[in-house]
Each structure stands twice: as C-alpha cells, then as structure tokens.
Design a protein around this ligand. Structure first.
Ligand code: ADP
Ligand code: MG
Length: 699
C-alpha cells in the first residue's frame, strides 16, 4: 500500500508538471485528485482487507491510465494505438473511486459488513486452486480469493468499457439507417458490433463461472468458521444455557451465511454489493460523461443557451427524487425482514422438534395442542408477511410507475430536437440509451432497496450471532474452574455452582473423589447432582472455585438420556470417535456385554435409533460406548435408571469387571446400587437454600 501510494504521489507531481507545460487545467484537477488519492492510499493500509483490494486496484489503475494519458498529452503515445487509449476521464474516475473506497470504509454498516467479510479475506488457511489448463496449485486461501476478486473487478470494468463502445456503435448504426447508408450499416454490424459482442459474451461466461466458484469457496470457509466457533469450547451449550442473544443458530449457519455472501431470492449479498456496485458505479460515471458530452447537442428549448451537462442534471434530479421517495416508503422494511427470518426459523424448528418428540406427543395425545401452537407460530409468519406485502405494495406503486416512465423520458426530451432536424436519429437513440444507463445506475439503490433492507437484517443476524458466541465464550473462559493437575484424584475446593439466572444452588467446601474408589452420589431431585457432574466435566459455565482433574485423564459422562447421533448403530456406540478406531469384534463384544446382543446383526443399519430404541436400550448403548472408550473416569448420571433392578445389577457388575482401570462415579437412587460403590455421598440442604455434598456413613 505504501509503495503504491508513493507511485500515485509521483504520478500526481508528473501530472502537475505536464499540466504546467501544456497549460491544461484538467491535468491540474487530475493532479489534485491523484494527490488526495495518494494520501488515502497511504491511509488505506489500515482499512478492511477486502476493501483494500479495491483501493489497490483503483490506485494502480490511476497510475497506469494516468501515465497513458500523459503520454498522449505529450504526443508519446503511438498513433497506431490511438483507438485503444483509455478515455481522458478514466484516471480521474478511478482516482476518485479509490478515494471513495477509503471514505466508505468508515461508514458503520460497511464496517460491520467488512468485519465478517474479512474473516475470510484475512484467513491464513491453505487452499488449493486451479486455473485451466494449468495443473492445480496450493496457495493461501485468501490469496486465491483476492485473485478472483481482482479478475472479477477487471472483467466488470472491461464490460462497462464495451458497453460504452457499443453505445457509439449504436449511434453510428442508427445514423447509417437514417441516411440509408447500406455499406456503413453492414460495416458497423460486422466489424464493430460482432467482435465486441463476442468479447462481451465470453467475458460474461468467465465472470459467471469465477463468481460462482468464489462464492462457494467463501461460503464453505465461512460455514466451517462458524461451525468451528459455535462448537468450540462447548460454546453452543453455553449459548443454549444463556438463552436470548441469538435464536436459531442452525439457521444462521445454514442460511444467513449464504445470504450474507450470495444473497437470496429477495436480495443480494456482499459479493453483489461490492463488485456489482463497482460495475454500476463505473457504468454511472462512463455514461454520465457520454451524457454530458451529448448535452452539447441540446440548447434550452426556444433559445441558444447551453447548460453544461444539461441531460446529466435532468437524470440526476430524476433519480434522486426517485431514491428519496423509495427510501421514505420502504424504510420500515428492514425490521420486518429481520422479524421474518426469526419467525420462519422458529416455525421450522418447532416442526423439527415435533418430529423428534413425536412419540411423546402421540402418547400424551398432544396433537391438538401441537397443532394449536404450530398454527399460532405460523400466524406470526402470516402477520409479518402481510405487513411486508403492505409495505411493498406501497413501494411498488411508486417503483412500477417510475420504471414505466423512465425509458420514455429521454425520448420526450430529445424528440423536439429531432423533429426540428437539429440532431440525427443516432444521437437521439444514443442519448436515450445513455440516459437509461445513468438512470439505471442511479436507481441501483431504488431497485435494490428492498434487498438492501434484507441484507441489513442478515448482517444483523450474523453480527448478533457472533456477539452471542463471543459472550458465551467469554463466560466459559471467565468461569473455567476445571484445570488439569498432578495427581490421580479429582479435587474440588470452595466451588459454588449457580444457575444461568445467577441463583446459587450448590456449595462445596472441599470434595475429593479418589481414583479407584467408586462413588455413589444421591440426593433430592433438583439438588444439583447433574449440575455438579456438568461442572466436573467442564461444561457448566456458571461456577466459581477450583476443580482439579488429573492431567491427561479421560473423563466420560453418561446422562440419563444419552445422545444417539444420526447414522448407524456402530456410529452411535463409537461416538464421538470414528468407526475405524474400534475393531468390529470389539464393537460386537461391547454390545454383548451391554446386553444388546440382538442388535449385533444391525450394527450397520442406518436408522432413527434415538426413536427406535427403548429408553433402557438407549442407556445400554451408552454403556457399550463406555466399554469401548474405557475412560479413566466414568460418570453415570442415572444412566441405568430405565433398567430393572436385576439388569442394573448385571450391568454394574459387568462394568466393574471389565473396566478395571476406570473409576465409576454414579448418581442413582436405588439402594441396590450401594453394593457396587465403595463410598456414598449425599446432597444435603445447607445454609442459604443451597445443597452441599456430605459423606454418608452406613451403619
Ligand atoms: P438433579 O440433582 O436432579 O440432577 P440438576 O442438577 O439437574 O438436579 O438441577 C438443579 C437445579 O438447577 C434444578 O432446580 C434445575 O431446575 C436447575 N437447572 C438445571 N439446568 C438448568 C438450566 N439449563 N437452566 C436453568 N435451570 C437449570
Ligand atoms: Mg439429574
């Protein structure tokens, strides 16, 4: 950035010198703009990485096009290449663009947008790319992405150039038609239109492919990023406990990420708002120049007075009024779209949840209650939908009228001149098309207003998701009480466990769980037994104190309702390790030991096992899991509560036989469990409504 800035500054000096030499005032303007551009380029070292790409492109172009322009002014540009020199206005335009990029980087919503965008463009990950027909290569993922963005911007600028060139073809062609000049008509068609049109089509196809690839790479990366952040250090659990903050993380990861980058039916994403915006702006500027020049053909009606850039001012006024009115009407759409995302996601989630709990609902005959609550949720969607329709209806009355009138206006303005014979047909049509282009570009914000509103809501959802992740993480880190220590025992000192709302429920002065001593924990329901286990497992983020666990020890916790992942039974018993980690024989043996022998033949069957298996069978799946994992510590939180006493006893004695190196700590209520534990701890009420674990001595 610094080097580039110096280059731009040197160019500014050169332009000023040539300007003095030639006495050309426009070169002084260019020199001034370049000087400012040199400054912003220097400062741009600190802006978002993504925006930096654009600042770099434009500053580089300022120097390149500017030098060509100077060479031309000094008569150094080869005459043979005359037709290929960029228009005089080009360096100034790109210099201003570069300055603009720097300026917008300070706008708040742009910063928010760029914060998320830069996750990808700042990433250090390696990626693999391939440019046909060369072989694949490895590079930094962000470098590949930057290269793609650069090419896309250049393609878009080139396309604007072609469109401008074709507008002159349009003028000459219609003039040929008016003059009945057949040879010129065909010459224009075959030697001007055809090659440019071909280049345009080719570039459009390349653009499409590149854009699609960039978008999917970016989405893959960002999805991985969010999944990683969400799952890391149990953040997802912390977020669920904390509640509020970010509803429906699933939807944010699956949908909002895609919308953010790529947009959706109702709108565009970052990709479009940057690269499309630049194409639109380039088009705006180029055709504004065309329109400005064409204005020289039109004096004020009935006079010989020419207002410089007359047509340009007309279209500017026209589009500004349009944008302002649209903004007034459509202002409240942002909030409505935000609300829509939330309601749709809530509805979908309740359906998914119903599917998960369908048996319980059926048993309770809760269908009509479910129907009621589903329909009520859906009503929420409808209310929001109708509010959106209402707003968009008002907006549409205006935008549709506007859209109908727009193509007519330039003809209405130019027709008197044409009929008076002051302009040719070609000039009239070129004026109309330039007018249309400028108006189209200016109304970019009008036409995309709704999508901008929508985009803002996606941005807000991702931003608040990030915020919720960060605060959940901070909570987890701040309250991390578990730390690895030397020794074999688990020791808790002055630990207080609380609920998410801040209420304390468990107080522990000093509790040591000795390795090799199986322990039973009992106590009233709701006395915080499970919470204590969660704290020892290191997932409960509302704790103060100190918990020391043996360094490197593997701790496994089996809850009352074990988690059965989607997939095969084999996946379920080896979870969370991979199937390859355990031999087939070991899996079968574990099933047999857990009294699940009949399922051995169904190990590979993909099924909704969490719904197919009975509660007791699911608990035994968790036991089989523990047998395979052979943890150093096994915490069984009412993990055998669904088994009859006899089976529970068999399972416990089997565990003690097979897991010789494992210390078992259980929560349970049945007195028969005492026989399998060497120590018994009871949760007893203590001061302040809290519960504290106390050793119980059996007579
Ligand atoms: P138990 O001793 O029966 O295992 P728990 O440890 O599960 O008791 O729960 C202790 C108390 O904490 C209960 O009053 C329960 O309602 C409350 N609690 C547990 N989990 C949460 C949670 N995620 N949010 C709010 N309260 C909770
Ligand atoms: Mg419990």
């Amino acid at each position: 950035m610094q080097k580039l800035s110096v280059a731009v500054a040197v160019f500014a000096v050169l332009a000023a010198l040539v300007g003095a030499h030639k006495g050309a005032s426009d070169l002084f303007v260019l020199a001034g703009a370049a000087a400012l551009c040199a400054y912003t380029t220097w400062r741009a070292a600190d802006i978002s990485s993504y925006l930096k790409i654009f600042a770099t492109i434009f500053s580089t172009e300022t120097v390149v096009f500017g030098l060509i322009g100077l060479a031309e002014a000094e008569g150094l540009w080869p005459a043979a290449l005359k037709d290929y020199a960029p228009p005089q206005s080009m360096p100034l335009t790109v210099a201003v663009f570069s300055i603009l990029v720097y300026a917008v980087s300070h706008i708040r919503v742009v910063r928010e947008m760029m914060r998320i965008t830069d996750f990808y463009f700042d990433s250090k990950d390696r990626g693999e790319g391939r440019v046909w027909p060369l072989p694949p290569f490895a590079a930094r993922e962000s470098a590949i992405a930057v290269a793609m963005v650069v090419v896309l911007v250049l393609i878009n600028q080139g396309q604007v150039g072609i469109t401008v060139r074709l507008s002159f073809f349009n003028r000459d062609w219609f003039n040929a038609i008016q003059e009945k000049n057949a040879p010129e008509f065909w010459r224009q068609l075959f030697f001007v239109f055809t090659p440019w049109a071909f280049v345009y089509v080719a570039s459009a196809v390349i653009e499409f492919v590149l854009q699609s690839l960039l978008v999917i790479r970016w989405r893959r990366w960002l999805t991985e990023h969010y999944i990683g952040r969400w799952l890391g250090t149990h953040t997802h659990y912390g977020m669920a406990l904390a509640g509020g903050g970010a509803d429906n993380p699933d939807q944010r990861i699956a949908e909002d990420v895609n919308r953010f980058i790529n947009g959706a039916e109702e709108g565009y994403g970052v990709y479009s708002y940057t690269i499309l915006l630049i194409a639109t702006l380039s088009s705006l500027v180029s055709f504004s120049y065309v329109l400005w020049d064409l204005s020289g053909n039109y004096p004020l009606p009935g006079t010989d007075i020419y207002i410089p850039g007359f047509l340009f001012w007309v279209v500017l006024l026209y589009a500004t009024v349009g944008t302002a009115v649209t903004h007034l009407i459509g202002r409240s759409l942002t909030g409505l779209y935000f609300e829509r995302q939330r309601r749709e996601a809530d509805f979908r989630f309740s359906l998914a949840r119903l599917r998960e709990y369908s048996e319980q609902v059926a048993l309770l005959a809760g269908e009509s209650a479910e129907r009621g609550s589903l329909l009520q949720r859906f009503m929420g969607i409808i209310v929001n939908y109708l509010a959106i329709v209402q707003k968009r209806k008002q907006l549409m009355v205006f935008t549709a009228t506007y859209g109908q009138i727009s193509p007519i206006i330039p003809y209405v303005i130019t027709a008197p001149f044409y009929f008076a014979g002051r302009i040719q047909l070609g000039v009239m049509t070129q004026t109309a098309s330039a007018f249309g282009r400028v108006e189209g570009a200016l109304t970019f914000f009008i036409n995309y207003y709704t999508s901008l509103a929508n985009f803002k809501s996606v941005l807000d959802r991702l931003t608040s998701f990030d915020g919720a992740i960060d605060s959940a993480r901070a909570q987890i880190v701040r309250t991390r009480i578990v730390s690895p220590a030397e020794g074999d025992d688990i020791r808790l000192r002055e630990v207080t466990l609380s609920l998410p709302d801040g209420r304390s429920i468990v107080a522990i002065d000093d509790l040591t769980l000795s390795a090799g001593q199986s322990t039973l924990l009992s106590g009233p329901s709701g006395s915080g037994k499970s919470t204590l286990f969660r704290a020892i497992a290191g997932v409960w983020p509302y704790a103060v104190g100190e918990a020391l666990t043996p360094k490197g020890a593997r701790v496994m916790l089996a809850p009352q309702r074990p988690y059965i992942p989607m997939g095969s039974l084999a996946d379920a018993i080896v979870y969370p390790s991979a199937g390859a980690d355990h031999s087939r024989a070991a899996m079968e043996e574990a099933l047999r030991a857990a009294k699940l022998a009949p399922f051995i033949s169904r190990l590979d069957e993909d099924n909704h096992w969490s719904q197919r298996l009975s509660g007791g069978e699911q608990q035994r799946v968790a036991i089989a899991r523990a047998l395979l994992a052979k943890p150093d510590w096994l915490f069984l939180d009412e993990a055998t509560s669904a088994l009859d006493e006899e089976l529970e006893e068999e399972i416990y004695s089997m565990l003690r036989q097979r897991l010789l190196k494992t210390t078992i700590v259980s929560i349970g209520h049945r007195s028969t469990l005492h026989a399998f534990h060497e120590r018994h701890i009871v949760m007893e009420p203590a001061a302040g409504g809290l519960f504290s674990p106390r050793d119980k001595v059996h007579a």
